[in-house]
Ligand binder design. Structure first.
Ligand code: TRP
Length: 440
């Protein structure tokens, strides 16, 4: 089966952080913070990282190391009925990757465009409506496939280059952004405590913790299954969650000061990155250089996450179906690439096709993020907390972390705190879908 363990601690930490740090940190978190009461949101977010995110991450990492298997086999070992959680954990990455890769393709297009013409593609709307997006999506998938084909060592190597580079590029952009005259407005937008914090913000924070830490998608189980028994799981999880949160905050400092200086509307998602920011770079002296840095940074963030997503599906085919790595990577990679075609075309040829009032692209994202994820989380806590001898996992964590002092707190979180919070997220996810279907 080839190498089954990480070559180094730093490689493991960077790969796991690379899986967590993704588009969500860069284009969603800063805006959520700005819109939901600034500093207040940050504090609430940090609390949820501590009481929900970290415990779930520790669960997944210790489960992966305990079984040494892919998510489906892991849950089967926990309880034959729990296999369903593992199925969620493999299905969700499969689906998410198909649209993540489409965005990865857009990012490559923007890097190429800035490098060759010093400008963004003239018209974002026209670009994403054109079928060429399928080609960029394939190019991105080819890169993901290449790294996974190289195995754990390949993932480690790629993460060791891309994650540090990502931080460096971000720091460079921060310097440029805050040195602009009038940059304080943007800083205030994100950090100043203000009105705007509501019940909906609590929900947004919960959902974002789960999404940003890449929980319940088999990633941490899969990466944990390659982990040596000597490693300290609680500490590793704290490092990864810390890096993830730090990067999300830094992203806000890099982006919003410049947006405000040039009098543009703050925003999130593709609109922010592909429409607003090119305007910022266009107005800034030396803007195209910073644009190249920025889009490479985004591309790295997307690529390390995409690699993790494919690796889950690949490890599943290796462990559960006994396939070779080469066959798994080829078959699964191509399957995801094909599944992504409708997403890639959803702003163009398929723009009129909607599912329950969503475009194909939004529908896929919505199903996986708002429904599959939190339900998977609830089931995960239920089976581990209530249908399994949870001390097997605390024993697992005590290997490599002999004085695991927060054992009782951790168990309480998995049994009570996390499931309750996740039920709130799921219910509000369904309410959101309902509102959008009925147009209310
Ligand atoms: N955490 C990623 C982000 O912030 C998105 C994501 C969710 C993800 N689940 C994942 C990435 C699983 C890789 C693997 O954008």
């Amino acid at each position: 089966m080839g190498e089954k363990q990480w070559g180094s601690r730093i490689g493991f930490l960077l790969a796991t952080a690379g899986a967590a740090i993704g588009l969500g940190n860069l284009w969603k978190f800063p805006y959520l913070m700005g819109e939901n009461g600034g500093f207040t949101f940050l504090v609430v977010y940090l609390i949820f990282v501590l009481i929900l995110g970290l415990p779930c991450m520790m669960l997944e990492m210790s489960l992966g190391r305990y079984t040494g298997r892919d998510p489906i086999q892991s849950y089967k070992i926990v309880n034959p009925k729990a296999k369903i959680v593992g199925i969620f954990g493999v299905l969700a990455p499969f689906i998410i990757l198909s649209y993540y890769s489409v965005i990865g393709g857009w990012l490559i297009k923007y890097v190429v465009s800035y490098v060759t013409t010093f400008n963004a593609p003239a018209d974002f709307g026209a670009f994403i409506a054109s079928p060429t997006t399928v080609i960029w999506h394939f190019i991105f998938m080819a890169m993901v496939i290449y790294v996974c084909y190289k195995g754990i060592g390949g993932i480690e190597k790629a993460s060791k280059i891309m994650l540090p580079a990502l931080f460096v590029l971000l720091i460079i952009i921060i310097f440029r952004s805050v040195s602009l005259k009038g940059s304080m407005e943007g800083i205030k937008f994100i950090f100043a405590p203000k009105k705007g914090f509501s019940l909906a913000s609590v929900n947004a924070a919960l959902g974002q913790v789960f999404y940003s830490l890449s929980l319940c998608m088999g990633i941490t189980i899969t990466y944990g299954s390659y982990l040596s028994k000597k490693e300290n799981i609680p500490k590793s999880c704290a490092v990864v969650a810390g890096m993830d949160t730090l990067l999300a905050i830094l992203a806000g400092i890099a982006i919003f000061p410049a947006v405000f200086v040039f009098g543009l509307e703050p925003g999130q998602g593709p609109g922010l990155v592909f429409v607003t920011l090119p305007k910022v770079f266009g107005a800034m002296s030396g803007g195209s250089i910073f644009a190249i840095a920025f889009f490479i940074l985004m591309f790295f963030a997307a690529l390390t996450s995409a690699i993790a997503l494919l690796e889950v599906v690949v490890s599943f085919a290796i462990d559960s179906w006994g396939w070779s790595r080469n066959k798994s990577v080829a078959v699964m990679g191509i399957a995801v690439a094909v599944l992504g075609i409708p997403s890639a075309l959803s702003s163009g040829l398929l723009a009129d096709v909607t599912i329950l009032n969503y475009s194909v692209f939004d529908f896929i994202g919505m199903i996986s993020d708002n429904i599959l994820l939190p339900i998977g989380g609830i089931l995960m806590c239920y089976f581990i907390g209530w249908k399994f001898d949870i001390t097997k996992l605390t024993d697992e964590m005590e290997q490599g972390c002999p004085n695991f002092k927060i054992k009782k707190l951790w168990i309480a979180s998995i049994k009570y705190v996390a499931p309750i919070l996740l039920i709130i997220v799921t219910v509000s996810g369904f309410v959101g879908v309902y509102h959008s279907i009925t147009g209310m």
